[in-house]
Design a protein around this ligand. Structure first.
Ligand code: ADP
Length: 356
């Protein structure tokens, strides 16, 4: 098996006795792009700081490219670790040109090697023609690309990116994000990217790590995190989700709106669960005699989010295409779109096999 580029094993960090990161276990394979997401204060930046060596764990072990960076006995300072950092506020030296900024981290190389490497990474981020400019002569997106080039110049084993695109406006953000991912892929660099944007976490990560209160709730592929959330929190944090009390009997999942799906392997089950329904899985049909009512509509451009109150008083959300708008008060029959296998929860945890 190839050695992980990054390995966290039982890593805990406390501030004044309160755990900001608790028992973190995470491996990143060489070349893997891992996105780290969770509500503000959940420990994302703390995790990056621990890997970077800007903070020291109270417990656990951190290895980078097979070298122990921190454990109970060993402590490598940041400059000894093979990590590159890219922060939101670019942190370029204002008095140095682009090329001098990039050369800063590789000053132990000979002059010739420095020049070659600066040229390589500038080409990688397509900024060769701006080498002689100063940071204030660059756009926000260009500054961010210089920051990435500087982080990549020493050939780090892992690049850590802390909300690198959040200071950019939306159009520019998509473009700089695509360029950043392309540069990481091209160089086969392992990356840990912190974001608070669910779409960004899902679209850029090979793996998405969802944190809450200092704990990793789920670390999985984007598809698994969205389609098979491990907990109620992950289901509601990673996209819109509604929860309805439901029942599985004879492998059939039913809830207030009727039969939802079959649940293969649950033939002998007879259990109460909660079913997770996302707006794109909920279908509406106007029907004068139906008990459910549209209570809110919200135009999103490509789709229109309809909120429906069921007979029980619970609400469900449904995406309709942009041309469909059922006015508030419309009576609608509610069903699920055919072919879905929604997640089931017992308490706050997802279950895939019938509870014993
Ligand atoms: P996130 O990046 O997910 O927003 P942080 O990692 O910055 O969260 O913070 C996690 C928790 O640790 C928060 O409750 C925060 O207040 C606390 N914390 C972070 N850094 C320090 C510090 N230097 N001293 C005390 N508490 C801190």
């Amino acid at each position: 098996m190839t050695e992980p580029a990054l390995c966290l094993d039982g890593v805990t960090k406390r501030y004044a006795g309160v755990a900001a990161a608790r028992d973190l276990c995470l491996d990143a394979a060489p070349g893997e792009l891992v996105t780290l997401i969770g509500p503000s204060g959940c420990g994302k930046s703390t995790t990056l700081r621990l890997v970077a060596g800007l903070d020291r764990p109270d417990e656990g072990r951190i290895s980078i490219a097979g070298v122990v960076a921190a454990n109970g006995r060993t402590w490598q300072p940041p400059e000894k670790r093979r990590v590159g950092l890219v922060f939101q506020e670019h942190a370029l030296f204002p008095h140095l040109t682009v090329e001098r900024n990039i050369a800063f981290g590789i000053d132990r190389l000979s002059r010739g090697d420095q020049r070659r490497r600066v040229g390589e990474v500038l080409e990688l981020v397509r900024l060769g023609e701006l080498a002689k400019r100063y940071p204030h002569e660059l756009s926000g997106g260009e500054q961010q690309r210089v920051a990435l080039a500087r982080a990549l110049a020493p050939r780090p084993a892992v690049v850590l990116l802390d909300e690198p695109f959040s200071s950019l406006d939306e159009t520019l953000r998509a473009q700089v994000r695509a360029e950043t991912v392309a540069a990481l892929r091209e160089t086969g660099t392992t990356a840990l990217l912190v974001t608070h944007d669910q779409t960004e976490a899902l679209s850029t990560g090979d793996r998405v790590v969802v944190m809450r209160r200092g704990v990793i709730e789920q670390a999985d592929t984007p598809q698994a995190v969205f389609e098979s959330p491990a907990t109620r929190f992950v289901a509601s944090f990673m996209g819109d989700a509604d929860f309805l009390p439901a029942h599985v009997q004879n492998a059939l999942l039913t809830c207030e709106i009727g039969v939802v799906s079959t649940v293969p392997g649950w033939a002998h089950a007879d259990v109460d669960v909660d079913v997770v329904l996302r707006p794109h899985e909920v279908a509406l049909t106007p029907e004068p005699d139906a008990a459910a009512r549209v209570v809110e509509i919200e135009y999103h451009g490509a789709f229109v989010l309809h909120t429906v109150r069921l007979a029980s008083g619970r609400t469900l959300r449904s995406w309709q295409t942009h041309a469909v708008r059922y006015p508030v008060g419309t009576a609608v029959a509610v069903s699920v779109v055919p072919g879905i296998s929604p997640s089931l929860l017992v308490g706050d945890r997802a279950v895939t096999v019938p509870p014993a």
